[in-house]
Ligand binder design. Structure first.
Ligand code: LMR
Length: 329
């Protein structure tokens, strides 16, 4: 793995043979919004283990899952302020900073995790991950979760017409909003930590997420239907801030960088396994009626949603969309 950003920066403690070869004593905080039994948390644990072990305990990594330290609304500013050193949000939550983070929301774009990984590891993906440097934020590597599916109340969703008049929670972003508008539905961005309650109380009728997020947060308990769509994705990136990143000497940064790479490896390895297992658990729990759409039914959605590409071509970039499509090959 080659680092996306920041790795060529010189370190502040690097003056000729001084402390630059001694591992610094540090506590690193990593905050995220999902449960423990998820690809993101497992990646975080692997990163923690690697860094703590290879630093001989000099570097401590604290992980805060379930929005217990910061959540969707405040993690970015706290990363910028260096109150935390790592976050790994669904990148569509960053569309306010750069509309190119809408890529995973483009309908039926990536065939699978491998394609999404190939895009984010490629030149165009890295450009997007490095686009927040003016805020002091560096996107290091993409961590996949997987394809999203729709859960909802009211009626089973099989055709675009079934969406008419319903309201869905989204992770945010112009593309997801347009997607529901195209289907004749409304949408609202709600923080992940508030989603279960919003579904339970009928603030929204439904939402879209990975099997892993649906299962671990038990959304199926409060949703009558789940349509297996795979129409959009949850793709994360692990972000750090330049204040922290540039404060490390070479010996320290080497361990932290390698720890992030180990976390990336594990998150990428776990995503498909955990989502497949989550799907089985949802099925066994039997709380929600699962609707497996046929390829023909999916094709109808693909065609109805196709105009979104043209609409967002200038905001996202034809070159970006082309590179994303090519990642499927
Ligand atoms: C969501 O907000 O639904 C997800 O993006 C949460 C996550 O981090 O997977």
């Amino acid at each position: 793995l080659a680092a996306c950003g920041g790795s060529s920066d010189s370190t502040s403690a690097g003056e000729e043979g001084t402390a630059s070869d001694e591992i610094q004593e540090l506590t690193i905080k990593f905050a995220h919004v999902v449960s423990e039994n998820t690809p993101k948390h497992q990646g975080g644990l692997a990163m923690k283990e690697y860094i703590e072990e290879h630093s001989g305990g000099k570097i401590k990594v604290e992980i805060y899952p379930n929005s217990s330290l910061f959540g969707d609304q405040d993690e970015y500013q706290n990363l910028v302020a260096n109150n935390i050193q790592f976050i790994a949000p669904d990148v569509t939550k960053f569309v306010g900073h750069n509309p190119q983070f809408n890529v995973p929301a483009l309908p039926f774009l990536f065939d699978n995790d491998e394609a999404a990984i190939a895009f984010w590891d490629g030149e165009k993906g890295k450009e997007i991950l490095n686009s927040l440097e003016s805020d002091g934020v560096i996107g290091l590597y993409m961590w996949p979760n997987g394809g999203k599916h729709i859960t909802n109340n009211e009626r089973p969703l099989v055709t675009p017409e079934d969406f008419n008049g319903l309201k869905f929670r989204t992770q945010g972003g112009q593309v997801l909003e347009e997607l529901y508008t195209t289907l004749g539905a409304g949408s609202e961005s709600i923080p992940f930590s508030e989603l279960y309650t919003a579904l339970d109380q009928g603030v929204v009728d439904g939402q879209e997420n990975t099997f892993s997020n649906i299962e671990s947060k038990k959304f199926d308990e409060v949703q009558d239907y789940m349509s297996v769509m795979n129409h959009t994705r949850v793709d994360y990136a692990i972000f750090t801030n330049t204040t922290f990143w540039n404060s490390m000497n070479d010996a320290t940064k080497e361990i932290v960088q390698a720890g992030v790479e180990e976390g990336t490896r594990v998150a990428r390895e776990e995503s498909q396994k955990l989502n497949a297992a989550a799907y089985e658990i949802i099925k066994e729990r039997g709380e929600t009626e699962i609707i497996e759409l046929t390829p023909e039914q999916i094709e109808v959605f693909r065609q109805v949603l196709e105009p979104i590409y043209e609409e967002f071509e200038s905001a996202i970039g034809a070159d970006i969309i082309e590179a994303a499509r090519a990642a499927n090959e």
